[in-house]
Design a binder for this molecule. Structure first.
Ligand SMILES: *Cc1c(COP(=O)(O)O)cnc(C)c1O
Length: 433
């Protein structure tokens, strides 16, 4: 068999990079096959090394709110590059980006810029621990906060289960201060908090879960967690690395009207370059070095290219009044089309969408937490995924990743996507099923 260029590259990649990729999900392990190697993107479209074109629903896992190679973002980066790639010293653009973040997300009174979402969440937890003088944190099953050791904890069964590491290399000591709760189960969170009241520094969550597929919060859940944090002096951290500037201009906290103490950001605020941020109440942020005692630093933090890319994106977000209405309109039309496809084919699959993120779950049941998400038929999803890819639709290669769209997705992309989906669903649910 003749290899495609992607297949040949992947073979070579596997010899020099573990699994052939620099981040696991890219390797297509959960759907099988070889990932296309990409060469360019423009607007809603991607092109691979074999000349195939796709409509993109990954958007670099979130950052591409305005589509690929947005001219304003590209120009900002090009101009910045001619003035040096890095100083390791203060620049004006860091101040402007920080001001804009504080303006767009009112709960953020001060912000520290870092290089990734992982760094942001890791630092936010350190800060919460220092501020409260407590050690334990609560995280939710199926929520992803980057790859710091104490977040890599598997789902334990039963209430009050102490965390077990789910990656070799994470020590029991690193895991022991992480308590696991069930998303959308306020009674369970309450039980945990009451059992460990004086020991819990922070509750961290994705206000709309996106890393087990898109799972919205049930009405009252976020409010309930906020109230618990207030009662027990716990720092509430919303990890909005994915939802920030995606589900609303002010993130999930604006959409649901719940104000966290700290917020972590990433993805969109870098416009495709490596940027993360954590910020929140001034009284807490003043604990961060050098103003306060909590150490956190970065050689390339506030890097000029990254700051200019992020600023260009946030400027457009701030200056486009109908931005979220447009995303919502596309999302609503897509949702309607997906539901019509399912109905026409007599399929009962569970579809969720919040703003510009969504998931088609291959289960007929409502998905509200990790447990219900895991009941999906992932083999069927894999067939659907490959059928879509052959149709020129690039979806996340896992049932448990949300898909994203951008302002570059319009009427034409919508029609092509929906007709491709009809055929792909038919194929996924036919022959030998
Ligand atoms: C992507 C993501 C992270 C990790 O960000 P990286 O930049 O990949 O380190 C953390 N939290 C959430 C909610 C994310 O979606």
């Amino acid at each position: 068999m003749r290899l495609t260029r992607s297949q040949a590259l992947f073979e070579t990649a596997c010899k020099v990079i573990p699994g052939g990729v620099n981040s696991p999900v890219r390797a297509f392990r959960s759907v099988g096959g070889t990932p296309p190697f990409l060469v360019r993107g423009e607007g809603a479209y991607l092109e691979d090394v074999d000349g195939n074109r796709y409509i993109d629903y990954v958007g670099s896992w979130g950052p591409m709110l305005f589509g690929h190679a947005d001219p304003d973002v590209v120009q900002a980066v090009q101009e910045a590059a001619t003035r040096s790639l890095s100083f390791g010293a203060p620049t004006e653009i860091e101040v402007r980006l920080a001001e804009l973040i504080c303006a767009l997300v009112p709960s953020i009174e001060m912000v520290r810029l870092v290089n990734s979402g992982t760094e942001a969440t890791m630092s936010a937890v350190r800060l919460a621990r220092a501020y409260t003088g407590r050690s334990k944190i609560i995280k939710f099953e199926g929520h992803y906060h980057g790859h710091a050791d104490f977040f890599l904890i598997a789902a334990g069964s039963g209430a009050l289960t102490l965390g077990q590491p789910n990656s070799p290399g994470v020590t029991p000591a690193a895991a022991q201060d992480t308590l696991l709760a069930r998303f959308n189960d306020l009674a369970h969170v309450t039980q945990l908090v009451e059992a460990y009241a004086d020991e819990i520094a922070a509750i961290i969550l994705e206000p709309v879960a996106g890393n087990m597929g898109c799972v919205p919060p049930e009405p009252g859940f976020l409010e309930g967690v906020r109230a618990l944090c207030d009662r027990y002096g716990i720092v509430l951290i919303f990890d909005e690395v994915m939802t920030g500037f995606r589900v609303a201009r002010g993130g999930a906290q604006e959409r649901y009207g719940v104000r966290p103490d700290l917020t972590t950001l990433g993805k969109i605020i870098g416009g495709g370059l490596p940027v993360g941020a954590y910020g929140g109440r001034r009284e807490i942020m003043e604990w961060v070095a050098p103003q306060g005692p909590v150490y956190q630093a970065g050689t390339l933090s506030g890097n000029p290219l990254a700051m200019h890319a992020g600023y260009a994106v946030l400027r457009k977000i701030a200056d486009t009044p109908d931005l979220y209405d447009r995303l919502e309109a596309f999302g609503a039309a897509l949702e309607e089309g997906v539901r019509a496809n399912l109905k026409a084919l007599g399929l009962e699959l569970y579809f969720t969408r919040v703003g510009a993120m969504a998931t088609l779950f291959f289960t007929g049941e409502r998905v509200v937490d990790y447990e219900t998400a895991r009941r999906c038929d992932t083999q069927r999803f894999a067939r659907y995924f490959h059928a879509m890819l052959e149709e020129g639709i690039y979806l996340p290669p896992s049932q448990f990743e949300a898909f994203f769209f951008s302002t570059a997705h319009g009427e034409r992309e919508l029609e092509r996507t929906l007709s491709a989906q009809r055929r792909a669903l038919m194929r996924a649910f036919s022959d030998g099923a």
